[in-house]
Write a protein that binds this ligand. Structure first.
Ligand code: SAH
Length: 395
């Protein structure tokens, strides 16, 4: 079995878990080789739509994930294992170390496994609904060094809570907050809706592009901060925002892109479905003294349908989830006719599908770029800038 190793020369990884875990599609391949494969994939997906320059790779693609998630389970020989679901199944593969996840979080996970055993916490069993501990989620602010540990439990009752928190903090004083999340649902969602803060503030902050952001347990935050900074800067540059512009940041999460873009804009409106993320976004505007931005808690498509009835926007930056955007959103976007649209996506397939709709709506693709936010894995992040080129083009 391959030993866990990062090769500093060709930037490849070797991982004994990779086949079963399935996350690192390109384990064993040189990083340069991987980037070439990703270029070829992008070329294929966007064939007949647009070309892309060479993907922007990461300088040192190791330990880059600021978010670590593990399922907690047990086996005949081992009362507690943490790891990931084997691809396409609900079997848990034990993963004791990972080269793409934050190193410090990996160490905390090892301590948690020992503590779960010594506190006799049973892993939650999805079929019998028995047991206690379901998942562990950790987030680390790479700039601020703040660390959040979220313990997802099947029940509100937390036996020996204070002693557990004390033992964890004694082993890892670097942890800044510990949250219990209660998830007694029978679905595949990691987090339930109820959070109990056991220690600290219940959230972490991080600094990105010079702005400070609060991140709550269920809010989305990009997992590779150094590459995200490059992506955001490129996207905002492409948007070419001026002080006369009204900008919509659609699918805005905790408001990161909109807040970074607000400096150049007249006003920014962020729209986001997750209410915790919207709460974070409003706090984040205050934290950074940004007063020309407001956030709306709504489905982006529904919001845009209403907005299009009586408002205009000059620039729309959109960053939808993997499923892409919706016909309602895209049709309303065409109705609003912003002069520029910047479409950021972590799923080039749905992005290509949506771009075709906008091309038919009178837009032309002016600039493209891709960033490797997820080295060694099969994921790709692309950004495309479109400009309205008038009705004659539509004929
Ligand atoms: N732009 C942000 C978040 C991008 S991830 C960033 O860079 O951090 C996509 C976001 O879309 C998530 O925050 C998710 O909660 C949100 N989302 C998913 N479906 C949505 C919908 N229908 N309407 C609005 N937001 C949605």
């Amino acid at each position: 079995m391959a030993k866990l190793a990062f090769n500093e020369t060709d930037k490849s990884i070797q991982c004994p878990y990779s086949l079963k875990c399935g996350a690192c599609t390109y384990a064993g391949m040189t990083y340069e080789g991987e980037l070439k494969v990703k270029d070829a994939q992008i070329k294929k997906i966007f064939k007949g739509i647009c070309d892309f320059p060479h993907i922007n790779g990461m300088y040192r693609p190791v330990y880059y994930r600021n978010k670590v998630h593990a399922v907690v389970s047990g086996t005949k020989d081992n009362p507690i294992i943490t790891g990931t679901y084997e691809e396409g199944t609900h079997n848990v593969v034990a993963v004791d170390q990972c080269l793409i996840e934050d190193k410090q979080c990996n160490e905390i996970m090892a301590t948690l496994r020992k503590l779960f055993v010594s506190f006799k916490y049973k892993p939650y069993n999805e079929d019998t609904k028995q047991g206690f501990i379901r998942h562990v989620l950790m987030r680390r602010g790479f700039s601020t060094k703040e660390i959040m540990v979220v313990l997802v439990t099947g029940d509100v009752m937390f036996p020996s809570k204070n002693n557990f928190v004390k033992a964890l903090l004694e082993a890892h004083p670097e942890i800044t907050t510990i949250v219990q999340n209660v998830n007694n649902m029978g679905n595949s969602m990691v987090l339930g809706s109820r959070n109990n803060t056991l220690y600290g503030r219940g959230y972490i902050e991080d600094v990105l592009c010079g702005y400070r952001f609060r991140i709550s347990p269920s809010s989305f935050y990009q997992i590779n901060p150094s590459q995200t900074e490059k992506l955001y800067k490129a996207a905002i540059k492409m948007a070419n925002i001026t002080k006369k512009d009204t900008v919509i940041d659609a699918y805005c999460g905790i408001g990161t892109i909109g807040i970074v873009a607000s400096k150049n804009a007249k006003q920014v409106i962020g729209v986001e479905l997750n209410k915790d993320a919207v709460r974070d976004a409003s706090v984040n505007a205050q934290l950074n003294n940004v007063s020309n931005i407001r956030f709306v808690n709504d489905d982006a498509g529904e919001f845009l349908v209403d907005y299009a009835a009586s408002h205009k926007a000059d620039v729309v930056i959109m960053d939808p989830p993997r499923s892409g955007s919706t016909p309602e959103f895209l049709n309303s976007l065409i109705k609003i006719t912003p002069s520029r649209i910047v479409y950021i996506s972590c799923n080039p397939e749905t992005q290509a599908r949506d771009l075709k709709v906008l091309l038919k709506g009178g837009y032309e693709i002016k600039e493209t770029a891709s960033y490797d936010l997820f080295p060694h894995t099969g994921h790709i992040e692309c950004v495309v800038m479109m400009q309205y080129c008038g009705k004659e083009k539509k004929k």
